[in-house]
Design a protein around this ligand. Sequence first.
Ligand SMILES: [Ca+2]
Length: 459
Amino acid sequence: MHSRSLRALVLMVVLVGGGLFGGALVRTPFFNNTERLPGAAPLAQNDGTWPELELGNEISGLERPVFITHAGDGSGRIFVVEQEGRIRIIRDGALLETPFLNIPGRVLCCGERGLLSVAFPPDYATTGQLYVYYTDQNNNGATVVSRFSISDDPDRADGTSEEVLLTIDQPFDNHNGGQLAFGPNDGYLYIGTGDGGSGGDPQDRAQTTSDLLGKILRIDVTRTMGELPYAIPPTNPYTQTAGYAPEIWALGLRNPWRFSFDRATGDLYIGDVGQGSIEEISYQPAASTGGENYGWRCKEGSNDFNMSDDCANLQLVDPVVEYPHDVSCSVTGGYVYRGPAFPLMQGVYIYGDYCSGYVWGLRRNSEQNWENILLLETGFFGALSSFGEDEAGNLYIANLANGAIVQVIDTAAPPPATATPTTTATTEPVTAPTTTPTATPDGNPTDTTLLWLPAVVRR
Ligand SMILES: [Ca+2]
């Protein structure tokens, strides 16, 4: 990590990577940034209530891993997305030789492009259907969200089963978003799109309400709607608002490379990659009915960025934590830990930065104020591409550069034999989910009259 060649590699990745990985890499100690950035959470000192994170077991042999997840089917398998177009399975700690999905011929890689994530719906065990997000090799780098089905072999998806649900044209090669996740409380598919790229969102996509770029979208993949291969949830915020794409759940995002739901509460945490100055984590409570505007390009973090057009009249939601580019340069959103092993990690949102490899913890104290702390320096310089959970809730980090995924462990934890994971310092969520957790999305989309037509292809 101290070699000149690695630093040169990191710098090259940063420069070549563009927006997602954009900005200069300057390693400085993390500092309390509240003096510089209004709205930033104070940096906590470890008073013994925080975990002491270290890297645990490593599984190597992957090529450009960019995402880690599980199928929720009781199999215990870990699924790792390889950027060039493969999904690999790790079972019982061993990487299977044969890919689960193998579609590099359809995927344009790399930089910020490629096969970027996979999501397994709550009913995967019965439907055998999964969803992927990738850059189309044959369509000028458009973003594609597709459904695949399992083959007769549970360790192999059927590569011929692809059904394209959504195609979104990309005006530039960077800021392609890339996250898919099913809402734990509503069963809908959430899709994070970038602002389309270049720098400073020159086409103002993130604030353009008819545009799918720079948004988090929410669709119902269990139904169709007219000629659409998906349906618009009737409870989406803008189904009745002229000029808004009805798929929009939230807007004003620059490049939400990774977002996740707290599996226990349904709260949403969004790591939105900044332009040249500020990286941020935005937060949406589970009780939200959608429609939040997270500010870009009017704001970068909590700072004004480009307040032209209608910015002054918009209700913008500032991040709950942010850090400037003299700390690091490209946030990688993580997960609220709900795993079985480490009591002090319970309820802590653990996230990091692609450039520096730093890992932080974020939580609320008993007064519901946010606290943030630096927990680990992984040494994954220009390589901390993603976090991920297995089915039990164990937490992992992907290293894009060396092809490994590594478990995150707490060395302050009591021995496993005496650990009592249900006894934690976690506070109750501020807002409980208002919907009954279910595998079936709510409502009937045929009841909804849309004022603005959705479309499979936005060109
Ligand atoms: Ca923002």
